[in-house]
Design a protein around this ligand. Structure first.
Ligand SMILES: CC(C)(COP(=O)(O)OP(=O)(O)OC[C@H]1O[C@@H](n2cnc3c(N)ncnc32)[C@H](O)[C@@H]1OP(=O)(O)O)[C@@H](O)C(=O)NCCC(=O)NCCS
Length: 110
């Protein structure tokens, strides 16, 4: 039996169609959603560490597509998410179509 425990979850989609969904984006991209850390494990740096690992994985290890960027979105009032993602290098790039959430972009391509 393993003593490892899952403490978080994330979904990554490879998008190669509907590329005009995000204005100015004409290349395939990853879309990161449902990024979460177990409530009892939050605030311990796990979200930050896992995000760095995930970005490196998408950049170097298992590229499914020739993606130029990673997109994600979060509610403007989610201060922890905002700090986490902008601290990791995501740049706020607008808002979702319904205007409810902030869209942020991480540039993978040099
Ligand atoms: C957002 C989330 C993934 C962050 O994970 P985490 O493991 O708690 O975050 P970390 O401990 O790695 O901290 C990340 C940054 O936020 C800061 N932070 C963490 N908890 C905080 C809090 N309660 N108040 C203020 N800042 C906080 C940390 O100091 C760190 O910033 P720093 O690098 O400048 O020190 C987690 O809070 C979560 O699952 N929230 C619910 C789901 C969600 O909102 N997902 C994001 C939108 S899809």
């Amino acid at each position: 039996m393993s003593d490892e425990e899952a403490v978080g979850f994330a979904m990554v989609e490879c998008r190669t169609t509907d590329l005009d969904e995000y204005e100015g984006n004409d290349k395939p991209f990853y879309y990161l959603s449902n990024y979460m850390i177990d409530k009892n494990q939050q605030g311990k740096g796990l979200g930050k560490t896992a995000l760095t690992e995930l970005i490196n994985y998408l950049r170097n290890d298992k590229p499914q597509i020739e993606a130029a960027s990673i997109f994600l979105s979060y509610e403007p009032e989610n201060a922890v998410a905002r700090k986490l993602f902008t601290g990791a290098g995501f740049v706020e790039a607008g808002e979702t179509e319904d205007g409810d959430d902030i869209v942020a972009k991480y540039a993978l391509a040099l």
